[in-house]
Design a protein around this ligand. Sequence first.
Ligand code: UT7
Length: 331
Amino acid sequence: MTKITAAITAVGKYVPDYILTNKELESMVETNDEWIVSRTGIKERRILKGENKGTSFMAIKSAEDLINKNSVDPKEIDLVIVATATPDMQAASTAAFVATSIGAVNAFSFDLESACSSFLYGISVASSYIELGRYKNILLIGADKNSSMIDYTDRTTCIIFGDGAGAVLLKPNSEGNGFQDEYLKTDGSGREFLQVPAGGSLKPATEETVKNKLHYARQDGQTVFKNAVFNMADVCEKVMHRNNLENNDIVWLAAHQANKRIIEATARRLKLEPSKVMLNIEKYGNTTSATIPLLLADYEKNLKKGDNVIIAAFGGGFSWGAIYFKWCYNS
Ligand code: UT7
């Protein structure tokens, strides 16, 4: 019997129009363009402006981009997963709203949250469903409105994060392309180093939490940095080794865009030439769940059928992992 794998067959993206440049940040906090570019590689990021626009707004736009470019019939979608760390609201599923808004009337849907690894884990979940034969058309969206949890007086976080969304469609593949293998990890002892302390069940909103700015993202940048560099390269190496892949066999590294130095250090450890490393951090900053689908959308024209791609992420939790994927189409 032919083995069925899950392959990405279409991609879409959306980034808000408003561009927050390093120059503008210089007028908001004590920082400068040279520091931001040399320490992070980021030149600008997008911010979603306007009342009543949450993560779902961007998720819907990215899904519509995919649907329109590829003439997808939303009625044929079986499942919509919204990978996000910034859902529209607590309790009500963002994915349910997105699925209904795009006309995926025959789909069920759910949100998947694991900080910056949300989209990576989403690929794992969607691929498993498809390999099991349970669903055939899964729309996986990575979307985050990070500006909703950023303190724009805190220079250690506000220079990094941006808003955006990307979408991919996963379908069964019988040619051997698509999902090949994964190595996923978590370590809850990392929770203290990257978090939004209040607003969840542990510390619900009070006057005090608002006054103490506990609804904003905080991180111990250096600790997160060190863990990201070591762990992301480690899981990539493990997945490559397990699949007998040498550096020359890898065509692309699609790594979470948190800091250009983290991505470059990972590539160096894997002995990958810089030309194999997807990068768009300079334009969008860290968009959490959206970085990987935004990369796939920006590099879609460069990706060729059969290309070996390593997709990797590291984020809050800590949560991290690597997935080995074979691209399945030429665009
Ligand atoms: O996506 C989820 C995972 N997140 C990450 O992966 C983020 C990982 N961490 C990082 O990317 C980096 O740690 C940062 C970009 C957050 C910070 O870069 P760094 O090279 O680790 O800087 P640092 O925290 O060691 O700070 C160096 C200096 C400090 O000044 P002193 O103590 O040396 O005088 C900071 O106060 O830079 C100062 N600094 C800044 N200066 C100008 C910190 N932020 C800024 C700023 N502009 N925005």
